[in-house]
Design a protein around this ligand. Structure first.
Ligand code: DGL
Length: 272
């Protein structure tokens, strides 16, 4: 058992969908969340830049003595996970592998769709992970960048959301996939409209939920899980002023955020 917290980071508010699932599956754990709100979005940036950001944030969280790191951001998981695992001495869990595993489990036809940011789709990380598990699988991908601002604006159930989803998903629908991976932190908020467009024959896989189960499994296996009778505390850090993060974050978390602190990663490094 370990009383240290679980660290979790994302480019901004999106990772709160992963935190929400973590608090549902392992409510006894303390968490420290970092949202890189000064540098969001990651989905449009190069792998080199996102990897550098991911290293800076992981160093920050490790200085706060976390026992495990969750890379909640799909883009950061897609491009930076191997490098983080090599450099840092704690278990590092991304969202790609759990989502891919679940997709392979639920797909009957092996025709699997993946949607995500431009960076995630360009990296082919989901395609590689799915094909490692099922070399026969056919993976069809589509970047859906406009879903991110729609989710943040709260436009998840109106005509704009519906038309955007129809436009992005038309080809995947026509290709006859039976499973669709929501490969971006923001997409669970658009689940109803995505489900409506794809129809009842397509199973949606939410990486956030699968990742939470993976984290619980690792903590249990390493005997680091706190007793179920405990109640975890949650701390939040952001790199820009907290106002916008708090406003949008409450909706992503599906509850009220606690105190949110702004930090300057460079200065923190000097102090630490
Ligand atoms: N968190 C990012 C992801 O899951 C979406 C937002 C961004 O582009 O930074 O890929």
């Amino acid at each position: 058992m370990s009383w240290q917290a679980v660290g979790i980071f994302d480019s901004g508010v999106g990772g709160l969908t992963v935190l929400r699932e973590l608090s549902r599956v392992i409510p006894q754990e303390d968490t420290i969340y970092f949202g890189d709100t000064a540098r969001v979005p990651y989905g449009t940036k190069s792998p080199e830049t996102v990897t550098r950001y991911a290293h800076e944030i992981t160093s920050f969280l490790i200085r706060r003595d976390i026992k495990l790191l969750v890379v909640a951001c799909n883009t950061a998981s897609a491009v930076a996970l191997p490098s983080l695992k090599r450099h840092f001495p704690i278990p590092v869990v991304g969202v790609i592998e759990p989502g891919a595993r679940r997709a392979v489990e639920v797909s009957r036809s092996g025709r699997i769709g993946v949607i995500g940011t431009a960076g995630t789709i360009r990296s082919s990380a989901y395609t590689r992970a799915i094909k490692r598990l099922n070399p026969q699988a056919e993976v069809l991908t589509r970047a859906c960048p406009l879903f991110v601002p729609l989710a943040e604006e709260g436009w998840v159930d109106n005509q704009v959301a519906r038309l955007t989803a129809q436009t992005y998903l038309q080809e995947l629908k026509e290709a006859g996939i039976d499973t669709l991976v929501l490969g971006c932190t923001h997409y669970p908020l658009l689940k109803p409209v995505i489900a409506e467009v794809m129809g009842a024959g397509v199973t949606l896989v939410d990486s956030a939920a699968e990742t939470a189960l993976t984290v619980a499994g690792i903590l249990r296996q390493k005997k680091m899980l706190r007793p179920a009778s405990e109640k975890g505390n949650h701390h939040y850090y952001v790199s820009d002023i907290p106002a916008g993060f708090i406003r949008v974050g409450n909706r992503f978390l599906g509850g009220r955020l606690g105190d949110v602190y702004q930090v300057n990663l460079d200065e923190d490094g000097e102090e630490g």
